[in-house]
Design a protein around this ligand. Structure first.
Ligand SMILES: [Zn+2]
Length: 455
C-alpha cells in the first residue's frame, strides 16, 4: 500500500506568497492542496528539518515550517553525454569554435560504456538537486560513421529507461550542420523510431542554413516529433536563422513544438531588429532557452573591450510572452568547464546576467527554471495540483530571496510520493560557543518579510 503523506506549513511561491499550504499525497499523487489561514500547529508532525527521509508509517505527517516546495526543476537544455569529458577533451582558447572541433575529433574514441556512465552520473546529480525533467541534446557524429552516432543514442536510451521511475529524460540528437545528408536523415529517423524525443541541430553553423532547416522540419513533420535547435549562438548580429525557423514553425502550425536555444545574436543586434525577430517567435508560438553559464563563458571571446556578454535578451523575450527557460547546457566539458546540474545555481547566474534582482524579477527567475521550461518541454502532469503525480523538491528556504541568496544544499527530493533523497542534517559546530552564536544569529536573521515592522 502506498504511503499517505501530509505536509503542513509549506510555502508555494509559484502559487501565492500570501499564505502557507497543507499538501496531501495519496497513491503517489497530490490529493489536496489547501491554503491555510495562518501557520498551523501540528504537534503530531515530524519537523521536516529533522526528518531523515525514512518512514514505514502508513501515514507520514511532516511540518515544513514555511520551507519552499516546488514541483521540481525542469532543465530544458543539457548535454548529458558530454558532461565530465573535460579531462579527455580540452579547450585552450575557451571558444565555441575550439570546443566544437576538439569534441568532434574525440567523439570516435569514447566507448558506449563511457558515454553511458557520464549520462548516468550527470542525470543523477541533477535529480539530486531537485530536477524532475531533463532535456538533453545528444552528440550525433554521423561523419565518423553510423556506429559512432548510434553509440551515444543507445547509451542515452538505456539511461532514459533505467531512470524512468525517477525522472523524465527527453533526448534530441544534434543533427549535423555540415552535411545533412540522406544517411544522416535516415539515421535520425531510426533513432526516433528507437525512442528519442525529437530532432535537434545547430543550423546557424551551416554554410547554407535555410535548406538544412527545411529538411529538418520536413523530417520532423514525417515523424510527428518536436524540434529543438541551437539557434544563432554567435555574437554576429547577422546570424538570424531564428527568422527562418519561426516562419517554418508558423507554416507547419507547430505552436509549442519548436524551441530555440541560445539566441545570442539577438543581444548583439539593434533593438528594432531584435524586436522583429522576437515578434515572429512569439507569433509562431515558439519556446526559448537561455544558457547563461555557457554563453557568458564562450561568447565575447573575440571582442576587444567593451566585451559583449553573449546572453540573449531575457527581459524582451519574457515581455513578449515567450516561455523562456534558463538551463544548464554543458557541465565540465570543453564547452563549459563548470556547472553541476543545479538549476538554482543557473537561476542565480541568470539573475546576474540579465540584471534581475527585484522581488518580482526573482520570482520570474524562479519560473524560468520551473513553469516556463515545463511549457517548453511539454512536461506531463507538472505542478502541485490535485491529480498530478507528487514529484517535488522541498528546499531549506522560505522565500525566493533566501533561495537565490543561500542556494541551499539541504533539499528533499520526491518522486511519486516517495522521498528519493533527504537533506543531510544541519551542520554542527565543534565549539559550543560557536554553536551558540550560530543558533542565536540564525534566530535573528530572517528572509521572510515582516509586513508590520516598525522602527
Ligand atoms: Zn547546447
Amino acid at each position: 500500500m502506498e504511503q499517505e503523506v501530509v505536509i503542513f506549513n509549506a510555502s508555494l511561491p509559484l502559487q501565492s506568497e500570501e499564505t502557507l499550504y497543507t499538501l496531501a499525497i495519496g497513491g503517489g499523487k497530490w490529493t489536496s492542496v489547501t491554503a491555510q489561514t495562518g501557520e498551523v500547529e501540528a504537534p503530531e508532525a515530524v519537523c521536516l528539518d529533522k526528518w531523515n527521509g525514512s518512514s514505514a508509517d502508513a501515514r507520514l505527517l511532516l511540518d515544513a515550517k514555511g520551507k519552499i516546495v516546488l514541483p521540481g526543476f525542469v532543465d530544458a537544455h543539457m548535454h548529458l553525454d558530454k558532461a565530465f569529458s573535460l579531462p579527455h577533451v580540452g579547450n585552450v582558447s575557451g571558444t565555441l569554435g575550439e570546443a566544437v572541433v576538439n569534441y568532434a575529433a574525440a567523439a570516435p574514441r569514447f566507448s558506449k560504456a563511457e558515454i553511458k556512465a557520464r549520462i548516468m552520473r550527470s542525470a543523477l546529480q541533477s535529480i539530486s538537486y531537485g530536477t524532475v525533467v531533463l532535456r538533453s541534446h545528444l552528440d550525433f557524429h554521423i561523419k565518423h560513421g553510423k556506429d559512432v552516432a548510434m553509440r551515444t543514442i543507445e547509451a542515452a536510451l538505456e539511461v532514459k529507461e533505467e531512470l524512468k521511475p525517477y525522472a523524465e529524460l527527453q533526448l534530441f540528437p544534434l543533427l549535423p550542420y555540415f552535411e545533412l545528408s540522406e544517411a544522416a536523415l535516415d539515421t535520425a529517423e531510426e533513432s526516433v523510431a528507437m525512442g528519442v524525443t525529437g530532432l535537434g541541430g545547430a543550423p546557424h553553423l551551416s554554410p547554407n542554413p535555410e535548406p538544412d532547416i527545411d529538411r529538418l522540419f520536413a523530417l520532423a513533420d514525417k515523424l510527428g516529433c518536436p524540434v529543438d535547435l541551437h539557434t544563432d549562438e554567435s555574437d554576429d548580429p547577422n546570424q538570424r536563422t531564428a527568422i527562418h525557423i519561426a516562419r517554418r514553425a508558423m507554416e507547419y502550425g507547430w505552436r509549442g513544438k519548436v524551441t530555440a536555444g541560445h539566441l545570442c545574436s539577438l543581444a548583439a543586434m539593434k533593438d528594432e531588429d531584435a524586436a522583429m525577430i522576437i515578434g515572429l517567435m512569439a507569433e509562431a508560438g515558439m519556446g526559448a532557452v537561455t544558457l547563461p553559464g555557457a554563453n557568458l563563458y564562450l561568447q565575447g571571446r573575440h571582442d576587444a573591450f567593451p566585451v559583449r556578454r553573449g546572453v540573449t535578451r531575457v527581459k524582451e523575450l519574457l515581455a513578449a510572452g515567450i516561455p523562456l527557460a534558463a538551463a544548464s547546457d554543458n557541465m565540465h566539458d570543453p564547452f563549459h568547464p563548470f556547472g553541476r546540474g543545479d538549476l538554482l545555481l543557473i537561476g542565480l547566474v541568470t539573475a546576474y546576467a540579465a540584471h534581475m534582482g527585484s522581488p518580482a524579477e526573482m520570482r520570474e527567475v524562479l519560473r524560468m527554471i520551473t513553469e516556463y521550461p515545463a511549457r517548453v518541454t511539454g512536461a506531463d502532469g507538472y505542478g502541485i495540483l490535485p491529480g498530478n503525480p507528487a514529484h517535488f523538491v522541498a528546499l531549506d528556504a522560505r522565500t525566493p530571496e533566501e533561495l537565490l541568496t543561500m542556494l541551499p544544499e539541504r533539499r528533499w527530493v520526491w518522486r511519486g510520493g516517495t522521498c528519493l533523497k533527504a537533506a543531510p542534517s544541519k551542520e554542527k559546530w565543534s565549539s559550543a560557543l560557536l554553536q551558540g552564536y550560530w543558533e542565536d544569529s540564525c534566530e535573528r536573521v530572517d528572509f521572510v518579510q515582516k509586513r508590520a515592522l516598525t522602527l
